[in-house]
Write a protein that binds this ligand. Structure first.
Ligand SMILES: [Zn+2]
Length: 274
């Protein structure tokens, strides 16, 4: 029997993704760093309060959300995703309001950015079974929690997508080295808020981290939704009982490892594996 395992696009073994919340002014500097190192991120926005009048103070720093104008250009090449309309604690709301918070944010973002928005990060990381039901009914494909697991595994349930760690995790650079040294099919997922770099005065941390993680042949740099769509398509590959034939019903090119060899399964095609 052949040994068949998953690979990322292009036959890559590892994937790396980022997720930043709240659409604040500091995102401008953060996007510049990510673009410099060709990293891909997902930015989770609250379209109902996306203006500079929405601000708060954290340890003497005034944290301001950005105005909506020009965000299409700022976030180009990255993904924008739902973070609810006004950043409430979703499980505390009646179902009807929860639905409005999610659907209206999704619709506002789709109209502004001109593409389907089907990702989300939970405000305050708060969710329950009812929240997940509302997300599914709203057509969302995944939602990120704030529960770090310090591992490189794929999400079991995309509606409870636990990241590897926050950027302030003390083990961040050790995790990075472990990820780069590993050779299994893996995913490294880092999240945070860009204003934290001002509040904690540690922009050099994200600069050093971005430099270290970037520019690796074996790593796929992707937004959250690119990873979810790829995995969904991968889970729909059909194999013959003896695993000598594989059919890819999706519109994406999918990659598998067959006895250690990278094999591309083109969209809509059946491939003989021998
Ligand atoms: Zn938030």
């Amino acid at each position: 029997m052949k040994r068949i395992t998953k690979l990322w696009p292009g036959g890559k073994t590892k994937a790396f993704t980022l997720s930043y919340d709240d659409g604040v002014e500091q995102d401008r500097r953060l996007v510049e760093i990510f673009n410099k190192y060709k990293l891909k991120a997902t930015f989770n926005l609250n379209s109902g309060i996306q203006h500079e009048g929405s601000f708060w103070v954290d340890k003497g720093h005034t944290i301001k959300r950005m105005n909506r104008e020009g965000l299409e250009a700022l976030y180009e090449g990255h993904e924008v995703a739902v973070h609810s309309l006004t950043h409430p604690v979703l499980p505390e709301l009646p179902r009807e309001l929860m639905l409005k918070e999610i659907l209206e944010d999704k619709q506002n973002l789709e109209r502004q950015f001109g593409y389907l928005v089907t990702g989300m990060a939970y405000p305050y990381g708060a969710y329950n079974a009812a929240t997940i039901e509302v997300l599914k009914a709203s057509g969302l494909d995944y939602a990120r929690t704030v529960n770090s697991h310090l591992r490189f595994n794929l999400p079991d349930n995309p509606y409870e997508w636990h990241p590897t760690c926050h950027h302030n995790e003390p083990e961040l650079m050790n995790l990075t080295e472990a990820f780069l040294a590993g050779d299994s099919h893996s995913l490294f997922y880092v999240w945070g808020h860009s204003y934290e770099f001002d509040v904690q005065d540690n922009w050099e941390l994200i600069e050093a981290f971005s430099q270290r993680i970037s520019n690796r042949e074996e790593v796929w740099y992707a937004t959250n939704i690119e990873i979810v769509r790829y995995l969904k398509a991968h889970n729909n590959l059909k194999y013959s009982t003896d695993c000598t034939l594989v059919y890819n019903p999706s519109a994406l090119s999918l990659w598998i490892s067959v006895d250690g060899q990278a094999v591309e399964v083109p969209p809509g095609k059946t491939l003989q594996l021998d």
